[in-house]
Design a binder for this molecule. Structure first.
Ligand SMILES: [Ca+2]
Ligand SMILES: [Ca+2]
Length: 253
């Protein structure tokens, strides 16, 4: 009995050592965004008009043909909020922002050219509203989204998405140093005729049979520490609004 207890104790110590060892210390913590949406300026006049919380984040700066206004510009900027409050004071080896996306035009048989956009970051308020369209921030990095060919939107619709990422270590470390509760990222394009679709949250992309992960941060810390559970993305539930938004855009190309 006593030797059995001792054996259990040794196994427990070995497990503890394994958990606290260098391999565990360097494992990245995946931090999902707690809320994401895109803020839209339509018609485009520098004043944002709506917040679109859908299954996709639409990054664009394009012309659209409308019945009411004729040909007008619009711009969509995805905003993504991370709860970084559990990590105040921690030291990073790296922080990488990543997501899945694609850029395309409806009816195109050849892949669109890759598109590059800026990732703007700022300490935020934890919610996405119209003010996030223009909220002052710093450039955390830039991303290049690869293009895909989407010849038709008739079922079965398959839109391939490719991963993209950018190093945001300096930005996120500054948030940890400053005790920031919510770090917010905004993706924006400086080019005209820019259109990109990104997966949002942990839900299946409605235009594809494959579920794509939403935007997230991969955090690697310098010191050994117990794993901190990531915030869930419970409210990133599906909505069919994207279908309407997508149709509105793509029929104009
Ligand atoms: Ca507007
Ligand atoms: Ca905000």
């Amino acid at each position: 009995m006593r030797s059995g207890k001792r054996r259990l104790g040794l196994i427990g110590m070995a497990l503890l050592a394994a958990l606290c060892g260098p391999v565990q210390a360097r494992a990245a913590i995946i931090l999902d965004v707690v809320v994401d949406a895109y803020v839209e300026d339509f018609p485009r006049d520098g004043v944002p008009d709506s917040v679109q919380d859908t299954n996709s984040l639409i990054l664009d700066r394009v012309f659209v043909d409308t019945i009411r206004f004729g040909r007008v510009e619009l711009e969509g900027r995805p905003v993504m909020v991370c709860d970084v409050s559990p990590y105040a004071g921690r030291s990073l080896v790296s922080a990488v922002f990543s997501a899945y996306g694609t850029t395309t035009r409806y009816g195109a048989t050849e892949p669109a050219d890759p598109l590059t956009a800026l990732l703007i970051a700022y300490p935020g308020d934890g919610v996405i509203d119209l003010a996030d369209f223009n909220r002052a921030g710093s450039i955390a990095g830039s991303v290049t989204i690869l293009g895909a060919a989407v010849p038709t939107l008739l079922p079965p619709i398959r839109i391939p998405m490719e991963p993209f990422d950018t190093d945001v270590t300096d930005t996120v470390q500054a948030w940890f140093n400053g005790g920031t509760a919510f770090g917010e990222f905004r993706l924006q394009a400086d080019l005209e005729a820019f259109f990109a679709l990104m997966a949002a949250g942990q839900v299946p992309e409605p235009f594809s049979p494959e579920p794509f992960p939403g935007p997230r941060l991969a955090l690697t810390f310098t010191e050994s520490s117990p794993t901190i559970p990531e915030p869930s993305s419970l409210f990133l539930l599906g909505s069919s609004l994207l279908g309407l938004a997508g149709w509105r855009r793509w029929r104009t190309f």
